[in-house]
Design a protein around this ligand. Structure first.
Ligand SMILES: [Ca+2]
Length: 245
């Protein structure tokens, strides 16, 4: 349809109406955009003002968290990690665009694919609660006979904290986590390591966005949050992050 017909008396009138209609439509469109933008800014200011009010009344507090694991998103490759030969950096990531890949080489052999890191805090603090979490991805038919993300000296009771068992068949990134503590000081004069491994596995798997937080150090004795709260509120961060609770 030609909306700009010949310029005769009737055609001129129709064209003028169409121009007017287009102008009004565009004006309404921009008015809606302006209202939406203003509403979003108002909501953001409102949330911030509520947060400040709750802080003032000490209903919520601000805490600074430290992720104790270095290069925990593998964006610096294998830096900080000691690995077995079948570990490599993959070009897929949950955070960023890299992750740690446990590459299957011989699915019928009892192979342990291992990555390790010694932390600045070389051993846990007796009785402190620690939250460990990672993102994990495998395949639709993944299996392994042992598979852990842990802070460990050895396999004795009181010498390890297991935060995740990575034996899930999943083509999506999923969060695996736990809260653990050490209740005896038997092994706290020994060298501990973060270990992340797969043992006798039938397919490739990936980990990314590792977190280890001392909840007792961060929130205080008796004020540590639950695993469900941590899972819902603590998103991946490297090094330091602030959180309200
Ligand atoms: Ca990453």
């Amino acid at each position: 349809m030609n909306i700009f017909p010949k310029i005769n008396k009737d055609g001129f009138a129709i064209s003028t109406m169409l121009y007017g209609l287009i102008f009004v439509t565009i004006a309404i469109f921009y008015l809606i955009l302006a209202l939406v933008a203003n509403r979003q800014e108002t909501n953001s200011n409102f949330v911030e003002s509520v947060r400040e009010e709750l802080l003032d009344k000490s209903i919520v507090k601000k805490y600074e968290m430290t992720n104790m694991i270095k290069n925990s998103s593998f964006e610096s490759g294998l830096s900080e990690w000691t690995t077995s030969s079948d570990i490599e950096i993959a070009s897929i990531g949950y955070d960023g665009d890299k992750s740690l890949k446990f590459k299957v080489t011989n699915p019928d052999s009892d192979i342990v694919s291992m990555s390790q890191q010694v932390l600045d805090d070389t051993v846990p603090i007796l009785g402190h609660l620690y939250y460990g979490a990672l993102m994990f991805k495998s395949t639709s038919d993944f299996s392994t006979i042992d598979s852990r993300f842990e802070w460990i000296y050895n396999d004795n009771v009181g010498a390890k904290m297991v935060f995740a068992v990575k034996n899930v068949s999943t083509t999506d990134w999923i969060k695996l986590s736990n809260i653990q503590k050490i209740e005896v000081d038997t092994y706290l004069d020994k060298p501990w390591k973060i270990r992340n491994f797969q043992r006798k596995f039938n397919n490739d798997s990936y980990v990314d966005a590792l977190i280890l937080i001392d909840l007792t150090e961060t929130f205080g004795v008796g004020h540590e949050p639950t695993k469900d709260w941590c899972d819902a509120n603590i998103n991946y961060f490297s090094e330091k992050a602030e959180i309200y609770k």
